[in-house]
Design a protein around this ligand. Structure first.
Ligand SMILES: *Cc1c(COP(=O)(O)O)cnc(C)c1O
Length: 377
């Protein structure tokens, strides 16, 4: 089955009882048992719900893993993954991870004894040099947010395997349409499904796919124990979003390519960050491990004043956190998504006050370019 077909025919895509071509929303908490233990696979909706199960089967299929899991947010998914570790365990993470990931690791999970080191994982030597006796996993975000750095997943997971570590990949930016980290050796893949997978700015959700039975059992145990599950209505909305993921990603890609070309030629733009640009330091790796470069672009306009001016002038780019939806969004990472990272650290990473991030939507690209043009004047 080819990828676009799998998005529509993968998982459990219809209702065998009625023939309905979309899985019904099972708005239910508990299930009748014919005698103790005599259930049909569902006992209580925290443990399992048919609509959520259909979504979990679908994401498993499209990421090419062993089992899928749906959570109430990307952060709930990340937290559940981390809860598989023990106090005293150590994890190596990409340094410019999503701000919320940095926060939960350094302000919440640290209180339970999870140790963490943040390094630029696009340089594999940094991973090797941080491995300790108590290291259990390498957590990669690629491409990163907002600087679009790329880590070689295959090479990183080879290092991890050699040391008996798990490789975990936040695949939110690339989406399973463009990138399948399990094919490159990762053990766990996660998504903030709030972004491209939902795709319409109407759901907050997280998805995880693991590549073997042991991880599946361990993660289901945490999911059921801690309870951060996704409800049936939102599970249904994600399945609906996934059906058009392919056509949406193709269109995001085309629009983004045109916008990148425009930004690169504009004198008011100091620097453009996009893995599809040939001079991007990780362009070759991006080409090797992804089928597309995605719809996220960051660019530096030089100063906070210029940023403020740009924001006040754009018409079609909505100032908002989040990304990956049909409408184009614009944000200032230093003030918004990455505000929870201390300023010294932000400057170190290159997340300056002049850095603007756009999520290119599905409007007509000529309107989008015209809009940026008048706003940059
Ligand atoms: C948004 C985001 C998250 C967190 O997901 P939520 O659904 O907002 O909880 C994690 N990783 C990345 C890359 C994100 O963009």
């Amino acid at each position: 089955m080819k990828r676009k077909t799998r998005l529509i025919h993968g998982g459990i895509n219809s209702d065998p009882l009625t023939g309905a071509v979309s899985v019904p929303i099972y708005q239910v908490s508990t299930y009748k048992q014919n005698g103790i233990g005599g259930h049909k696979g569902f006992e209580y909706s925290r443990t399992g719900n048919p609509t959520r199960h259909a979504l979990e089967e679908l994401i498993k299929d499209i990421e090419g893993g062993y089992a899928g899991f749906a959570f109430g947010s990307g952060m709930a998914a990340i937290t559940a993954i981390m809860m598989m570790f023990n106090s005293g365990d150590h994890v190596i993470l990409t340094d410019d991870v999503y701000g919320g990931t940095y926060r939960v690791i350094t302000k919440v999970l640290n209180r339970f004894g999870l140790e963490a080191t943040f390094v630029d994982t696009s340089n594999l030597e940094n991973i090797k040099s941080e491995i300790r006796t108590n290291t259990k996993a390498v957590y990669l975000e690629t491409p990163t947010n907002p600087l679009l750095k790329i880590t070689d997943i295959e090479a990183a997971s080879t290092i991890a395997k050699d040391h008996g570590l798990l490789t975990i990949v936040d695949n939110t930016f690339a989406t399973p349409y463009w990138q399948n980290p399990i094919d490159n050796g990762a053990d766990i893949v996660l998504h903030s499904a709030t972004k491209y997978i939902g795709g319409h700015s109407d759901v907050v959700a997280g998805l995880v796919v693991v590549n073997n039975e042991k991880l599946s059992k361990d993660l289901h145990f945490v999911q059921n124990s801690t309870g951060g599950v996704l409800g049936p209505q939102d599970s249904w909305l994600l399945m609906r979003g996934i059906k058009t993921l392919g056509v949406r990603m193709e269109e995001h890609e085309a629009n983004t390519a045109a916008i990148v070309e425009f930004l690169q030629s504009h004198p008011g733009v100091k620097k453009v960050y996009y893995p599809g640009i040939e001079t991007h330091p990780n362009h070759e790796i991006a080409k090797k491990q992804t089928r597309g470069f995605g719809g996220m672009v960051s660019f530096d306009v030089g100063s906070e004043e210029k940023t403020t001016e740009l924001l006040s002038k754009v018409k079609y780019f909505t100032l908002a956190e989040s990304l990956g939806a049909v409408e184009s969004l614009i944000s200032v990472p230093s003030k918004m998504t990455h505000a929870s990272i201390p300023k010294e650290r932000r400057d170190e990473l290159g997340i300056t006050d002049g850095l603007v991030r756009i999520s290119v939507g599905l409007e007509d690209v000529l309107d989008l370019i015209e809009d940026l043009k008048q706003a940059l004047e």
